[in-house]
Design a protein around this ligand. Structure first.
Ligand code: GLN
Length: 394
């Protein structure tokens, strides 16, 4: 065949695969990360208003100025730093487009990018499409901590990029101030850019604070920080994210963005800008909102054989099924869909070389009834597994 794949080993993203399987098997979908409850009706009303007002033509390539100004206000409130909407902010199609554009802008053929496993699945294909290569360093379960000595050993003359993600999907861990300092020390005096995937910036539990690269004087100068209104406004289907970076970095990112998506749906941008300007605190309660969901689901599962791991942030919860089965996570997840009628996300697709482990990821961004009924199905499934194992001769 004349056509040669650029990503021969890449299949369909696990989130789409599991959502498809959930629909086929009529299973409760707590896999792919999206809320099953409505957005704030005031946000929906703002969208209807701006469409009726005729905000229906191309938005400026970099995003509407109204939205970029609101973003700067929000950043000033969250991180006590001033940003310029003209030179520092670009609105993109979800966080994923920011990540892709930043990767294309930052690296090219022959370069190396360091990423941490379990890594979000879009990083490596985007690095490879840029002609570069990923060096993958594992965050070891159960604590999934960074090993900065290992990072230092992995640095080479070709290293041009390090991608961090905090709060981290799927490990549910968060980076500390010491982690940011260690990262800054690693890249000091080297031509390395940072991409900080901070889309879960507001979802940290038990009083933890988010340490953004934007608050770190050294890192801020070298970083693309990526954020998501999908996560912050419970509207993942709107696909509105943004990237914050110093002017030189933003300039290069926009060169990619303008020929990738050009600009983002304008009514969505006007609606979000209006909503944030009328209700600037709308996102304030997110940590408590998701913490209650985490506590509900993990409380219902504890002791069932699907043991919740500590979760410091994100809208996910890992569970360990070692007490029930030693199957690999792909087949265990498939059995959960067929037998428990619950779809979850296995962890091995987040690894270059999946270690032996028995973890799956559940999404907590669901209504209380959904979480209760998922937990009921999962605990019933777990009881069946344990019952089957207890039978003589097994
Ligand atoms: N971020 C979402 C998750 O981790 C998935 C987004 C997607 O499906 N591309 O579940």
């Amino acid at each position: 065949m004349h056509f040669k794949s650029k990503l021969p080993d890449v299949g369909t993203t696990i989130f789409t695969v599991m959502s498809r399987r959930a629909a086929e098997e009529n299973a409760l979908n707590i896999g792919q990360g999206f809320p099953d409850y409505p957005i704030d009706p005031r946000l929906a009303a703002a969208l209807n208003e701006v469409i009726a007002e005729g905000r229906n033509q191309y938005a400026p390539m970099e995003g509407t100025i109204e939205l970029r100004e609101q973003i700067c206000k929000k950043l000033a409130g969250c991180y006590q730093r001033q940003f310029d909407p003209h030179t520092d902010i670009t609105v993109t199609c979800g966080g994923t487009e920011s990540l892709y554009d930043a990767i294309q802008a930052a690296i090219g053929p022959g370069d190396e990018a360091i990423i941490f496993d379990p890594a979000y699945d879009s990083y490596e294909p985007a690095v490879r499409l840029a002609g570069a290569r990923c060096i993958r360093i594992a965050l070891a379960p159960p604590a999934f901590r960074f090993d900065w000595d290992e990072v230092r050993r992995a640095l080479s003359d070709r290293t041009r990029l390090i991608i961090i993600n905090s709060p981290q999907n799927p490990s549910c861990t968060v980076a500390s101030q010491d982690d940011l300092d260690a990262l800054a020390a690693c890249i000091r005096d080297r031509p390395i850019t940072v991409i900080a995937d901070e889309v879960y910036e507001h979802v940290l539990f038990d009083g933890r604070r988010h340490h953004s690269v934007l608050t770190h004087p050294e890192l801020r100068e070298r970083s693309y920080a990526v954020f998501s209104f999908g996560k912050t406004l419970h509207a993942t289907g709107w696909r509105v994210g943004y990237c914050v970076a110093p002017p030189e970095l933003t300039r290069e990112l926009r060169k990619v963005h303008q020929f990738n998506t050009f600009s983002i749906a304008s009514p969505l941008q006007y609606a979000i800008a209006r909503y944030l300007s009328n209700y600037p605190d709308a996102w304030q309660g997110l940590a408590a909102f998701f913490q209650a969901k985490r506590d509900l689901l993990s409380g219902l599962l504890r002791g069932s054989g699907l043991e919740p791991l500590p979760a410091a942030g994100t809208y996910f919860q890992l569970v360990d099924y070692a007490a029930l089965s030693q199957e690999d996570d792909m087949s265990f997840s498939d059995r959960l869909i067929r037998e428990a009628k619950v779809a979850v996300i296995p962890l091995s697709p987040f690894y270059a070389q999946p270690p032996r482990m028995t973890l799956v990821r559940l999404c907590i961004a669901k209504r209380e009834e959904t979480l209760r009924s998922a937990a009921e199905r999962l605990t019933a499934f777990a009881r069946n597994c344990q019952g089957a194992r207890a039978l003589p001769g097994r």
